[in-house]
Design a binder for this molecule. Structure first.
Ligand SMILES: [Zn+2]
Ligand SMILES: [Zn+2]
Length: 335
């Protein structure tokens, strides 16, 4: 239900009206002239059980496509509209627009400042991720930025990763709650909207770092210092050699992800296949090779040195880090 109605060509926003003004409107003779913004049918001023002032169809209109909204939806929409208005944006609830290819939309709270438009949507009923994307894309084609405030159980177990292109924020509103909180930010919704519209909430990309772990050693053949790769870590995940045959899998994985050029540039022994080398497990041929003289280090020695290193608390170990991509990133507040 809208927070807006037309009265003789004037747009009334219910959230701007005091309780006294609202009561006066309800009793005024002019009330019969109130018109719904969705279909132009007669509107009636009401107050929800959560205390939100709103307009409703006087009679159910056959031609109107406006879906009924819950009292919680109305309340959150009002909180968002008031906060946006207090941030110095021009606010119109149930604001309409059209995309460049002629598709119509209606935003819960449409905010305007100079040439910038932001649509703030409250979505408590279930909507699948595809529909979020379709609607977000329609806003994009209308040069409108959009953000979504959804109930905390909107996606159940399949909560999508945070996304720069689809800003979804979770609200803990609980029935009757008058101070809804934005989960993950531990901020009241009103403060969050103000921060968002003041540019204090921004997207932070997070680089995905792949660390190659190595042991510092000297080449048994040429005597030069070498670094023997034995494992890797990425984010909170990591793995390292666990048996002599397992060295093959770990080393192949490292070579596949960062490549031998990266290893060489970082002074780490490169990784090659030596199927007939004594000391490699049969059928597990990949081992590391001295970057100075090209002599392979058999996996039985690598594993032995690794076990010794564990015992001395990895005192002789090091790592080389390669940025291999971008994680999903996240939204951050800078107050
Ligand atoms: Zn209508
Ligand atoms: Zn060497």
């Amino acid at each position: 239900m809208p927070l807006r109605a037309d009265l003789e060509g004037e747009s009334l926003q219910s959230f701007r009206m005091s309780g006294v003004e609202w009561d006066v409107l309800k009793k005024s003779n002019r009330r019969v002239l109130l018109k719904m913004p969705c279909c132009g049918e007669r509107a009636i001023a009401k107050t929800s059980r959560l205390g939100t002032q709103y307009f409703s169809h006087y009679r159910k209109s056959e031609s109107c496509d406006f879906e009924p909204e819950s009292k919680e939806h109305l309340l959150l929409k009002e909180v968002v509209a008031v906060a946006a208005s207090q941030s110095g944006w021009e606010v119109i609830t149930e604001g309409r627009g059209e995309s460049s290819d002629g598709q119509q939309w209606r935003a819960d709270v449409l905010c305007k400042k100079n040439k910038a438009f932001v649509a703030l949507e409250v979505q408590l009923s279930k909507q699948n991720l595809e529909e979020f994307k379709v609607r977000q894309d329609r806003y994009k084609r209308s040069a409108v930025r959009a953000a979504w405030f959804v109930g905390k159980s909107q996606f159940h177990h399949s909560k999508p990763s945070p996304s720069k292109d689809l800003p979804i924020f979770y609200v803990d509103w609980e029935s009757g709650c008058t101070n809804p909180q934005v989960i993950d930010f531990e901020m009241p919704l009103a403060d969050f909207v103000k921060a968002l519209l003041s540019g204090m909430i921004s997207w932070k990309d997070e680089p995905e770092e792949y660390k190659v772990l190595f042991l510092k050693d000297t080449c048994w053949k040429c005597g030069n210092p070498v670094n023997l790769p034995y494992g890797y870590s990425i984010g909170v995940y990591g793995d390292n050699i666990k048996t002599v045959p397992h060295c093959d899998a770990i080393l192949s994985e490292i070579r596949k992800i960062v490549g031998n050029d990266f290893l060489r540039e970082n002074g780490v022994n490169t990784i090659h296949s030596h199927p007939r080398l004594k000391g490699n497990a049969p059928n597990f041929p990949n081992c590391c090779v001295c970057i100075h003289c090209g002599t392979p280090e058999a996996n039985c020695y690598l594993y032995e040195k690794y076990v010794a290193s564990c015992k001395c608390g990895y005192a002789n170990s090091g790592s080389a880090t390669k940025i291999i991509g971008r994680c999903e990133g996240r939204w951050e507040v800078e107050l």
